[in-house]
Design a protein around this ligand. Structure first.
Ligand SMILES: [Zn+2]
Length: 272
């Protein structure tokens, strides 16, 4: 079994990652990482895809079909499977993750910082208001690693979504934030590799070119996100040019964690 950090960069387009994430692409170029393009599930919206990524099932099956479905997940998911296997779970993430896996509706005081082995996300550091600086999300995640060495850690920065929706996916504001996230990853990855973590980096959906158009549809800009795997041993395969899907992420994480995937996670795992 291995430890896994999933970095779910909200609204990270595949093309923007390829062009602006120089550190991750360095790892790919030198075959210390493996790169895929991930064809996102639909609708290309946040809360439905948070749930799809963590359950491996489509939105019409898990029932979180739009952003305003405020309830806990009702299908097997990575957090609950890991906890049931006696592993330690953690997240530095937007409050909707607290609602999906810990407690709904979100209580901005009581749910913000939790350390409770009975919860699906045992160690949670959540934020509700945004823009919330991505660097603070990564710092909270680093603190969780230092304090608890979780087996599964979700890191969920959201400023690409904020800037993209306001200025568009081709804007300097959006792209500058892609660089900010890459630099945060450049600080995080060398440290956590030494601790034996596999790092996965992907997005929940993309971003329209135009300001105000957001995302939600089937355009490649809405749907295509990157999927990077950085193994702790440094033995990546470079840019595979292959396509994977959101449905494959949950069974892949379960495999890396050394736990059995749920029967509902029917997609084949990614051949890392
Ligand atoms: Zn999103």
């Amino acid at each position: 079994m291995s430890k896994v950090i999933l970095v779910l960069c909200d609204a990270l387009r595949d093309d923007a990652a390829k062009q602006y994430m120089g550190y991750l692409e360095h790892l790919v170029e030198t075959r210390q990482a493996t790169r895929y393009t991930c064809v996102g599930e639909l609708p290309s919206m946040s809360r439905p895809m948070y749930e799809t990524v963590h359950t491996g099932v489509v939105s019409s099956e898990h029932g979180v079909t739009h952003n305003n479905v405020v309830r806990r997940s009702v299908v097997p998911n990575i957090f609950e499977l890991a906890r049931a296997a006696g592993q330690v779970t953690a997240a530095a993430a937007y409050s909707w993750f607290s609602e999906l896996y810990n407690h709904a509706p979100y209580d901005i005081v009581m749910d913000r910082e939790v350390d409770d082995p009975a919860l699906a996300i045992q160690h949670g550091r959540f934020y509700q208001e945004y823009p919330y600086p991505d660097i603070e999300v990564f710092a909270a995640a680093g603190s969780l690693v230092a304090k608890f060495q979780p087996d599964y850690l979700l890191i969920h920065p959201m400023s690409c979504d904020t800037f993209g929706e306001e200025y568009g996916g081709l804007s300097a504001e959006y792209r500058r934030n892609v660089v900010v996230q890459d630099q945060a990853l450049a600080a995080l990855i060398p440290a956590v590799k030494l601790l034996g973590y596999h790092v996965l980096v992907t997005g929940d959906h993309g971003m329209d070119d135009q300001p105000g158009a957001h995302h939600g549809g089937t355009l490649p800009s809405h749907r295509l996100v990157p999927f990077y795997h950085v193994p702790p041993q440094g033995n990546g395969r470079g840019n595979t040019g292959e396509r994977v899907t959101h449905l494959q992420i949950a069974p892949t994480v379960c495999h890396l964690l050394g736990i059995e995937a749920a029967a509902t996670m029917r997609a084949p795992r990614i051949g890392l």
